[in-house]
Design a protein around this ligand. Structure first.
Ligand code: SAJ
Length: 447
């Protein structure tokens, strides 16, 4: 018997998940994607058997080509596919706004679409990251209202979060343990059985709220760890010590896993999951809680691009260039190395900080194709991006930047300054080419 699975939202999570499920015997998968201006092209692209991602995604290109050729994966914009689905996975974006409130427009819209079309016996699984309490208080309510059915009786409902990151989409889905929370043990078991077909690691079964919480807690935990490293980087800069050496020494102790400081923390998850956690407890909890520790971590991590701008200004001053007259080339617009993903990239905050100081900003990235966060073009040729520039500011550790030719770049630049946001180079090397060098955590402000 064929199981018909619909995956709503063809993004970083929905695509690899749909492709992996489509590779399972007996699973027929449909990706549901709006034909929007920004993402509509993905429908035809995927149906032609091609991955829409520019960065490295080991295994994904071949997998998509294979399952599309075999006919077990197709993508459509027709929501009526929901009427004939045995399983529906929700993989839509859940961003937060400037006040840190989750923007659930997409989640609400697809919940209504599901509620209007769902058949008895269907299993609905929320994979999108949500504030704890959302699956039951929002998704379940909407589906029940629209359909007149009851979750756990007429249809099954679960929350099962992903742990993917760009560059490891397939690897993480297959190899990392999965947490599944069901509205009833039966709903959970159905979801566990499905994931067990694609996940090699353990698939844990729990309740929905515990599963929602573990997702946001694990990312808030990572954010706090990075914030600690960032704060220590600022301390070390001030004292003239290399924080990376300190980290190596600290990490000699078992179970001390000090994280890595840098130009900022981006991505779809870390910058917002703390706020989802806060929203969940205040919206659905018995008492209001104002989480101080994790909110402070957010503040520290958000400061890092601003600090990058100060390091840039300082290096320029040393070379006699006023920041308002400078052209600064940012190396790396993606938030993660060797990826084309720009979601909440620290580069965005750095551009803003620099432009406030009157800087002309030039962007370089070897992978990023779509950048709709400002009027800037992205230059792909490094020599062109460096021409007449007063400063190179490295934000993302793309492999293309690991072996820069400073002699050649220096000749193209107007002023030789380099600000290293990811500990890629040693100060001595830059000095050899007459560059003024600043770096997060080891070569701080000189004034
Ligand atoms: N970063 C640092 N220092 C570090 C680690 C990361 O500054 O020590 C920065 C990175 O440069 C990046 C940001 O933090 O800008 C996020 O990096 P990340 O490695 O956490 O990558 P994400 O956000 O794509 O993925 C994380 C993953 N978490 C990990 O533990 C590696 C992934 O497992 C989660 O599934 C994902 O968040 C998610 O979907 O929540």
């Amino acid at each position: 018997m064929v199981t018909r699975i619909t995956v709503i939202g063809m993004g970083y999570v929905g695509i690899p998940c749909a492709a992996l499920l489509a590779d399972v015997d007996g699973f027929q998968v449909t990706g549901l994607q709006r034909r929007s201006k920004r993402s509509g092209w993905k429908i035809d692209h995927l149906n032609a058997g091609k991955s829409p991602f520019e960065g490295d995604e080991p295994g994904l290109d071949e997998l998509i080509a294979r399952v599309v050729a075999k006919g077990s994966l197709k993508v459509t914009e027709d929501v009526d596919v929901l009427k004939t689905s045995d399983v529906i996975l929700i993989d839509v974006q859940t961003p937060t706004d400037e006040n840190h409130v989750p923007q659930y427009e997409s989640l609400i819209e697809v919940s209504k679409q599901i509620g209007d079309r769902i058949q008895k016996g269907t299993l609905v699984v929320v994979e999108s990251t949500v504030a704890p309490g959302t699956t039951q208080n929002l998704v379940q309510k909407i589906i029940e209202e629209q359909s007149g059915m009851s979750a756990g009786e007429d249809f099954d409902l679960a929350f099962a979060y992903e742990r993917v990151m760009p560059g490891k989409l397939i690897h993480n889905i297959i190899n990392l343990p999965r947490i599944v929370g069901g509205i009833t043990p039966k709903s959970g078991k159905r979801a566990v059985d499905m994931y067990s077909k694609i996940v090699k690691a353990k698939v844990h079964q729990t309740d929905i709220l515990t599963a929602e919480l573990s997702k946001t807690v694990e990312n808030a935990f990572r954010d706090v760890n990075i914030a600690f490293a960032n704060e220590m980087a600022l301390v070390c800069e001030s004292l003239g010590v290399n924080v990376y050496e300190v980290i190596d020494l600290v990490n000699e102790l078992p179970s001390r896993m000090m994280h890595i400081p840098g130009a900022g923390v981006g991505g779809h998850c870390l910058p917002k999951d703390t706020w989802l956690l806060r929203y969940g407890v205040n919206e659905y909890g018995a008492q209001k809680v104002e989480p101080r520790f994790i909110s402070l971590a957010r503040e520290i991590n958000n400061y890092m691009p601003v600090h990058m701008a100060l390091l840039i200004e300082d290096a320029l001053e040393k070379k006699g260039v006023k920041i308002q007259n400078a052209t600064v080339t940012i190396l790396g617009i993606a938030y993660l190395e060797n990826s084309d993903d720009t979601r909440n990239s620290p580069a965005q905050a750095l551009i803003k900080a620099l432009e406030l100081k009157g800087v002309k900003v030039v962007l370089h990235d070897p992978y990023v194709r779509v950048w709709d966060l400002g009027p800037h073009e992205i230059e792909r040729d490094l020599d062109v991006a460096a021409s007449d520039s007063d400063c190179l500011a490295l934000v993302t550790k793309h492999r293309d930047y690991l072996d820069l030719d400073f002699q050649k770049l220096g000749e193209k630049m107007r002023t030789r300054t380099f600000v290293d946001g990811r500990n890629v180079f040693k100060e001595e090397k830059l000095h050899r080419y007459d560059f003024e060098y600043r770096a997060i955590g080891k070569a701080g402000l000189k004034r």
